[in-house]
Design a protein around this ligand. Structure first.
Ligand code: HBI
Ligand code: FE
Length: 294
């Protein structure tokens, strides 16, 4: 029940998307007018729950992005209106997709500054768990960060890098970098650790766990280390990687990953909960949460 969309972002074959998309880029019309009152109400429940929780937890850039966008409690946002504002700030737009799309399609959109967002919203009985990224995860979690120029460039670079990584057979290594930054990243601010990862910020339970629970490790982000580290797709993360500033991601976006792939290919793979003697440890976790489940 914990957090959303883990399986989702990992699965290489979409779970419930149609076998034959109507359009080659898998986009569909959002058909905003067709959302029901019940669907808007699910959005409202999720929105209000997260909005109460996030002051002091989400990073300042997330909060600023949220405020500048036409995203509110009462309705599922209209992608056309989101895109107008995003386009002016960072040149991104939001396009609707039925759910997970194939890797290449996903990367092609990102490389062209189009963010594919799930058109559907989870059912009232799935508030804390779902298998594919829905409009709440994608719009509430990702879109505010896309108002930030650093994240905007970083995610575009991920799209371009994804196409290359796939050709080199190193998609898993690149996906780990996305996972531990865009989805589950923490950032240091002068007043302490904050969330910038969309997988956390759109999850009620993990927004608390990642910052307040003594169980997970919180380690300084290191690119090669992260490329070698598996992640959990069905539960809270055992380790969060912390960047010192969002600008760290800008440097990452400029690195040519190809030589790194060659290097880490021959290196050991680490488990999600491993702590190495070479890690810079911000918090050594107790691991109690995951141990109790084993
Ligand atoms: N499709 N809609 C959508 N959203 C994702 O986050 C996504 C996807 N397809 C593939 C994918 N993610 C990942 O497998 C890649 O980032 C590796
Ligand atoms: Fe996501």
């Amino acid at each position: 029940m914990q957090q959303q969309l883990n399986d989702v972002e990992k699965a290489s074959v979409p779970v419930s998307a149609p076998a034959q998309p109507e359009r080659a880029d898998w986009t569909i019309d959002q058909q905003w007018e067709n959302y029901t009152a019940e669907e808007h109400a699910v959005w409202k429940t999720l929105f209000e729950r997260q909005t109460k929780l996030l002051p002091g937890r989400a990073c300042d850039e997330f909060v600023a992005g949220m405020h500048a966008l036409p995203i509110g409690a009462d309705q599922i946002p209209d992608f056309r209106r989101l895109s107008e504002v995003l386009m002016q700030h960072t040149g991104w737009e939001v396009v609707a997709v039925p759910g997970l799309v194939p890797d290449e399609v996903f990367f092609e959109h990102l490389a062209n500054r189009r963010f594919p967002a799930g058109q559907f919203i989870r059912k009232p009985n799935q508030l804390d768990y779902l298998e594919e990224p829905d409009v709440f995860h994608d719009v509430f979690g990702h879109v505010p960060m896309l108002m930030n120029p650093v994240i905007a460039d970083y995610i575009q670079a991920y799209g371009a890098g994804g196409l290359k990584a796939k050709q080199l057979g190193m998609l898993e290594q690149l996906a780990r970098v996305y996972w531990y930054t865009v989805e589950f990243g923490l950032v240091e601010q002068p007043d302490g650790l904050r969330i910038y990862g969309a997988g956390i910020v759109s999850s009620y339970t993990e927004s608390i766990f990642c910052l307040d629970d003594p169980s997970p490790n919180r380690l300084r982000f290191d690119l090669e280390r992260v490329m070698q580290t598996r992640y959990r797709i069905d539960d809270f993360q055992e380790t969060y990687f912390v960047i010192p500033h969002l600008e760290t991601l800008l440097d990452l976006a400029k690195i040519d990953f190809a030589p790194l792939y060659e290097k880490v290919k021959h290196h050991p793979q680490f488990e999600p909960g491993d702590v190495l003697s070479t890690d810079v440890v911000l918090t050594a976790g107790t691991s109690n949460y995951h141990r109790a489940k084993r």
